[in-house]
Design a protein around this ligand. Structure first.
Ligand code: FES
Ligand SMILES: [Fe+2]
Length: 425
């Protein structure tokens, strides 16, 4: 696994990630980025959209899987398709809008037109192609595997590989908690999209989304203004919460034992809360109700390899654009079946920390900028990820568990990164 070019010495991918530290070239070397596009984003399951974004026949959304532009559509028969956004004639993208509704896509270059299931309706001035032209061979490319878990649509550019359920593995339980908080058992992603970017490597966001250590310092000011926070050991040195390597690169912060009933209390206040709780209780029964209440919001942060995060009420998607440039899409969720005023209040609370002028998220971006700057120092080659290595334990089912502030989820990510990039654990 050695790549060469004439500017730099050989790049040995296997040597870049050790068990408890990561070489800075993992974040800085454009050749590493190229290989990531090939060996991670072209092979694994990647989240592309949520079914609630495409409720009607004809609805579509454009996004990317790694570098490849794709269109996620709901065809007339209700089936979901993930199509490459690439004209089968001379490669122009056929759809330019982030989302919309249309039963066909017409390429602006020479006018070829495709149905929303990808099939070619017609090539313009078709007599120029003669009688042997086979329309069925000129549909839009189809991403070979598409599957849906609880409304989350994933696609894989590889025809073969583990199933989506196998890939999600232990992460499913925590996706379930988010969905089961809705009286109708589903999330709804229709409150709008918050997009932003930062000038550094995409993996930093995956590390930080399940990092309980930093909140004490980066978000100190914010948390100090929330009175309830002084009454709980949330993600502190003395917390009893855990961080978990769920396997397959997925990571978890579990603060349920620190927050206890607090999460349930939070959901019990505010507009529409009584009605929300009544509807949820009716559907799930008392035991599951209590479990869901404890397991909501900030009590659980989940990262799904390679680029999906469930944090608070949001779905966050990380888009690597270049080795040193990353775009983020953040979708605050509504709970299907909850009173509108309850969903509204949930959204307002989300904005307080994560919004463009929120008390939290902008501070993380400033830290990313500082990390990018510091990484330029030559001769200091390693980023340390050893926190808690002496107290990490492995459970019977393979999960690795450490203290909530330990770097267990970051090590989980790089374990899978290494498996994908060089084929060894
Ligand atoms: S590139 Fe699309 S019609 Fe020519
Ligand atoms: Fe943060």
């Amino acid at each position: 696994v050695t790549l060469t070019d004439h500017h730099r010495p050989d790049l040995d991918l296997a040597a870049l990630v050790e068990d408890y530290r990561v070489h800075r070239d993992v974040y800085l070397d454009p050749r590493v980025f190229e290989v990531e596009m090939d060996r991670i984003f072209s092979t694994t399951w990647v989240y592309v959209a949520h079914t609630s974004e495409l409720p009607q026949a004809g609805d579509y959304k454009t996004t990317t899987i790694g570098r490849a532009p794709v269109i996620v559509t709901r065809a007339e028969d209700g089936a979901i398709h993930v199509l490459y956004n690439r004209c089968s004639h001379r490669a122009a993208t056929v759809c330019q809008d982030p989302c919309g509704n249309s039963s066909y896509f017409r390429c602006a270059y020479h006018g070829w037109t495709f149905r929303n299931d990808g099939s070619l309706i017609g090539a313009t001035f078709s007599d120029g192609y003669g009688s042997s032209f086979d329309r069925t061979r000129f549909g839009l490319g189809v991403v070979p595997r598409v599957d849906v878990y609880r409304g989350f649509i994933f696609a894989s550019m590889a025809a073969e590989g583990p199933s989506l359920v196998e890939h999600l593995g232990n992460a499913r339980e925590f996706i379930d908690f988010r969905c089961d908080a809705a009286p109708e058992g589903e999330l709804v992603l229709r409150s709008g999209t918050h997009r932003y970017s930062y000038p550094f490597n995409w993996k930093l966001q995956l590390e930080n989304g399940v990092d309980a250590y930093h909140g004490n310092f980066v978000h100190q000011g914010y948390f100090s203004r929330i009175p309830a926070m002084s009454q709980v050991q949330f993600a502190k040195g003395q917390s009893v919460g855990v961080s978990v390597d769920l396997g397959n690169g997925h990571g978890l912060l579990d603060s349920r034992d620190d927050l206890g009933e607090l999460m349930g209390l939070v959901s019990g206040f505010g507009p529409g809360a009584d009605e929300y709780r009544r509807r949820l209780l009716e559907r799930v029964g008392e035991d599951r109700f209590a479990e869901i209440q404890r397991s909501s919001g900030e009590a659980l942060n989940l990262s799904v390899f390679p680029n999906l995060l469930l944090i608070g009420v949001q779905v966050r998607v990380v888009f690597p654009r270049a080795v040193d440039y990353t775009e983020i899409e953040l979708y605050p969720t509504f709970l299907a079946g909850a009173p509108p005023e309850y969903n509204e209040a949930r959204l307002r609370a989300h904005e307080g920390f994560y919004g463009p002028a929120g008390g939290g998220a902008p501070d993380d971006l400033e830290i990313f900028r500082r990390v990018a700057e510091g990484m330029k120092v030559p001769g200091m080659e390693w980023v340390d990820l050893s926190r808690g290595r002496f107290r990490e334990r492995e459970e019977a089912d393979g999960r690795r568990v450490g203290h909530v502030t330990d770097e267990v989820p970051q090590r989980a990510f790089y374990r899978q990164w290494r498996r994908s990039m060089v084929g060894q654990a």
